[in-house]
Design a protein around this ligand. Structure first.
Ligand code: NAD
Length: 484
């Protein structure tokens, strides 16, 4: 079966795609295997989705290779590519309610903006002219699409991560084999229909849902994929790098995890710092790669900050995602909830104090909630300070001066994001410069824009997404030497 019926909040019974999307057609998986998807707010089974085997991935790669050679990568102009991507943005806006209902995404507007941004760049891909050879020779560069790209995305923002990957690849003229997370495959499947409707030629975008260890591994190891772009955990990123190197040295970009520090100096507006920390750690229930999960506060404002943050935690509107006033939804799975609870226990065992939260939400019923949680008086040796929890848990401790704050903030193997709250402008600039992070926010948090590059220092990743950097990541440079 390639489609199933699903009862969606606000839309009622709806037919949704659950098969493989290869060469602009819905097909059943060759091995007739499927996996289940579950509603994290109730624990209920939603639908079964096709599991793409290595043979199915291979069929998708062949379709992507053929369309790369015959149409999209070679003789479709940037203006035409821009037209299709922009149409896709319009269709996503048209179907926003359906896409949002499928996986309760809150990221439709940002995904539309990302598609429009890259539609705008698709006809602005330029090389250089190098005319420095005394009239005997002329060189120029062509920025050409890399080719067939495997894209593997996580579950925390099923639509936005899809847009960050697919939009720049299509703009550059690459063709795509996309694997959404097995926990949230429905959005990428629904987007495949919209891409076809927008006018994408057959084979340009193929969607192969499946498990990481099988479908994901088949993409990472495929000898005819030119690049793999991945967002997910450090452990999986490492495996994908190894598979890419061992198979055909395909190019790799990785957007991995984080343990992002947020520094609050004595001069900061403590209420403002608490507001932004709450956004950073409790938006999407902390399932955010750049969550503000590690806070360091200068001694003079420590107690005031803890009190202010506690107020925000207790004001979170925990409830069903379908209810209008809910601001705090469940974690993605029972496994993720149990992992977060075991981190909280480890924090307690290692001597952290639980300021608020720390438990499974008592009204969870079948859903997977953990309360917004603050662990205070933590220190660098603790597991909760070192490891990414990927849940609504923030650790808070004190620092004495700027040098101490920087030493603590940079004492990590991650480097995705960081923030500094201070009213001293020179200090903000100094600290932003010294932090080991791909993104630094000053007196704010979580601001991300399609035009601004995003990616990690250290083990938080390789390469950048978004902005013109994100487009360059899907092109390669050819130097042409002409004898005159
Ligand atoms: P994950 O690494 O478990 O899975 C991510 C994707 O990789 C899924 O599609 C999964 O099926 C696939 N996968 C798993 N094993 C694989 C393998 N051996 N070969 C190929 N593919 C495989 O991560 P997750 O739990 O889905 O997501 C949470 C992680 O993602 C967190 O660490 C978070 O920080 C990170 N993340 C990073 C960013 C970023 O932009 N840096 C954004 C969102 C999430």
């Amino acid at each position: 079966a390639t489609h199933a019926k699903l009862n969606l909040p606000s839309l009622g019974e709806t037919t949704v795609p659950t098969g493989l999307f290869i060469n602009n057609e819905w097909v059943a998986p060759s091995a007739a295997e499927a996996f289940a998807t579950v509603n994290p707010a109730t624990g209920e089974h939603l639908v079964n989705v096709a599991h793409a085997s290595a043979a199915d991935v291979d069929a998708a790669v062949r379709a992507a290779r053929a369309s790369f050679r015959s149409t999209w990568g070679t003789n479709v102009s940037g203006v035409e590519r821009a037209g299709v991507i922009s149409k896709l943005a319009d269709l996503l806006e048209r179907d926003a309610e359906l896409i949002a209902a499928l996986e309760s995404t809150t990221d439709v507007a940002d995904a539309v903006a990302c598609l429009r941004y890259y539609a705008g760049l698709a006809d602005k891909i330029h090389g250089q002219t190098i005319d420095s050879f005394g009239g005997e020779k002329l060189c120029y560069t062509l920025h050409q699409p890399i080719g067939v790209c495997g894209q593997i995305i996580p579950w925390n923002y099923p639509l936005l991560m899809w847009a960050w990957k697919v939009a720049p690849a299509l703009a550059a003229g690459c063709t795509v084999v996309m694997k959404p997370s097995e926990l949230t495959p429905l959005t990428a499947l629904a987007m495949s229909d919209l891409a076809k409707e927008a006018g994408l030629p057959a084979g340009v975008l193929n969607t192969v849902p499946g498990l990481g260890a099988t479908t994901g591994e088949a993409i990472a190891r495929h000898p005819d994929i030119d690049k793999v772009a991945f967002t997910g955990s450090v452990a999986t990123g490492r495996r994908i790098s190894i598979a890419a190197a061992e198979s055909n040295l395909k190019k790799v970009t990785l957007e991995l995890g984080g343990k992002s520090p947020l520094l609050v100096f004595d001069s900061a507006d403590v209420e403002e710092a608490a507001d932004w920390t709450a956004v950073g750690i409790w938006f999407n229930s902390g399932q955010d790669c750049c969550a503000s999960s590690r806070v360091y506060v200068q001694e003079g404002v420590y107690n005031a900050y803890i009190a202010a943050l506690k107020k925000r935690a207790e004001a979170c509107a925990i409830g069903q995602p379908s209810a209008e006033d809910t601001s705090f939804g469940p974690l993605i799975s029972a496994g993720q909830r149990d992992k977060v609870l075991s981190y909280i226990q480890s924090g307690r065992d290692e001597g952290a104090s639980v300021v608020t939260g720390g438990r499974k939400w008592p009204h969870s019923n079948g859903g997977f909630w953990v309360e917004p949680t603050i662990l205070a008086d933590t220190h660098e040796g603790m597991k909760v300070v070192k490891e990414e929890i990927f849940g609504p848990v923030v650790v808070v401790s004190k620092f004495t001066d700027e040098a101490h704050a920087l030493a603590l903030a940079n004492d990590t193997t991650f480097g995705l994001a960081a923030a500094v709250f201070t009213n001293d402008g020179r200090q903000a600039t100094r600290v932003a410069r010294a932090l080991d992070a791909g993104t630094v926010w000053i007196n704010q948090y979580n601001y991300i824009h399609a035009g601004v590059p995003f990616g990690g220092f250290k083990q938080s990743g390789i390469g950048r997404e978004l902005g013109t950097y994100g487009l360059e990541a899907y092109t390669q440079v050819k130097a042409v030497h002409q004898n005159l």
